[in-house]
Ligand binder design. Structure first.
Ligand SMILES: C[S@@+](CC[C@H](N)C(=O)[O-])C[C@H]1O[C@@H](n2cnc3c(N)ncnc32)[C@H](O)[C@@H]1O
Length: 267
C-alpha cells in the first residue's frame, strides 16, 4: 500500500472514536477504548473516523469508507496465488534456504508484513498510529486461528509493536523494510479512499528524511525501501539495485557488514 498526501491539508492526527457494533456485546469495544485511550461513543454516530468493534470483527470507518485488516481474506489469498509477493520476497532476499528476519519500520495495515511472514520470514512490525497497530494485532490474533494452516503459520511469525521506529534499534541480522508515506501531489479523486483515511489518522507528519537518516544509521546489511514507481529515491545514497513492478518499486541498499567504530570489529 502506498499512502499519498493529497492537496488537502491533512492537519493534526485524528483519534478515532470507538463504537460497538449494534446488537453485539460492547465488552471488546470497551477494552479497545481503554487500550487506545479513545472515547467510546454510545447511541448516535459521531462525525470523524470511527473504529467499529464487534465481538469477532473490527474495522475503521469514515465518510462511508471501511478499512479492514484480514489476513485470510480472499484478496490476500488471491495476491499469494497470483505470485504478486515474489518481487517483495526477492527484494528482501528470501530464498528457498534463507528466510531473513524482517524489521518492518512502517507497519501500516500489515499487508507487506503478512506477505513476508507468509514467505517464511519472522517479521517485527512497528506502527506508530495506535489504532492501526491495534487492528493489525487483532488481525494477527484472528489469523492465528484461521481455517488455513498456512495463514496460522504466518501469523505465528509476526510480532506487532505500537511505537515510533525512530526509537527502536534494529537487530544487525535483520533486513530493514521501509514503506513511507509519499508526499505526492495529485488530485484527491485519484488517491485511494483507504489511503485518505489513513492520512487523516496520521495527520501531517513530514519526517521521511528523519526516517531515512535513522534507517541508514542501523547496523544492518540490507535496507529495502518501497516507492511509487516514479518517485525519487529516498535519501542521497544510490540503491544497489531496484526491482520494479507495475506501480511500485523496491530500492535495495546492500552495505558491507557494519563495523562498530568503538571496537573496530564487525558486529
Ligand atoms: C505506506 S504505510 C505502510 C503500509 C504497509 N507497508 C502495509 O503493507 O500495510 C506507512 C505507515 O508507516 C507508519 N510510519 C511512518 N513513520 C513511522 C515511524 N517513524 N514509526 C512507526 N510507524 C511509522 C505510518 O503511520 C503509516 O501507517
Amino acid at each position: 500500500m502506498q499512502i499519498s498526501m493529497t492537496d488537502q491539508p491533512a492537519g493534526p492526527p485524528s483519534r478515532p472514536t470507538i463504537q460497538a457494533v449494534t446488537g453485539e456485546s460492547p465488552a471488546r469495544a470497551r477494552a479497545a477504548a481503554r487500550a487506545l485511550g479513545s472515547p467510546l461513543a454510545e447511541g448516535r454516530r459521531p462525525p470523524g473516523p470511527l473504529l467499529m468493534v464487534g465481538e469477532t470483527d473490527a474495522w475503521l470507518e469514515m465518510d462511508g469508507t471501511e478499512v479492514r485488516v484480514a489476513f485470510d481474506s480472499a484478496s490476500m489469498r488471491h495476491r499469494r496465488r497470483g505470485g504478486q509477493n515474489e518481487l517483495l520476497g526477492r527484494a528482501v532476499g528470501v530464498k528457498a534456504e534463507r528466510k531473513p528476519l524482517i524489521w518492518d519500520a512502517t507497519g501500516g495495515l500489515g499487508r507487506d508484513a503478512f506477505v513476508l511472514a507468509d514467505l517464511g520470514c519472522h517479521v517485527t512490525l512497528i506502527e506508530r498510529i495506535p489504532v492501526l497497530a491495534w487492528l493489525v494485532n487483532e488481525a494477527v490474533n484472528a489469523a492465528s486461528v484461521s481455517a488455513y494452516q498456512q495463514v496460522r503459520e504466518a501469523a505465528a511469525r509476526m510480532t506487532v509493536i505500537t511505537g515510533d521506529s525512530l526509537q527502536t534499534g534494529v537487530p544487525p541480522d535483520a533486513v530493514l523494510y521501509v514503506d513511507p508515506m509519499f508526499p505526492e501531489r495529485k488530485k484527491a479523486a485519484a488517491v485511494k479512499k483507504d489511503a485518505v483515511m489513513l492520512q487523516r489518522l496520521a495527520g501531517t507528519i513530514d519526517d521521511v528524511d528523519q526516517l531515512w537518516s535513522w534507517a541508514w544509521a542501523q547496523p544492518v546489511e540490507r535496507i529495502v525501501v518501497k516507492r511509487p514507481l516514479r518517485a525519487p529515491v529516498l535519501g542521497s545514497q544510490r540503491p544497489s539495485h531496484t526491482l520494479s513492478g507495475k506501480s511500485v518499486r523496491f530500492d535495495v541498499f546492500v552495505r558491507p557488514r557494519h563495523v562498530d567504530p568503538a571496537v573496530g570489529t564487525e558486529v
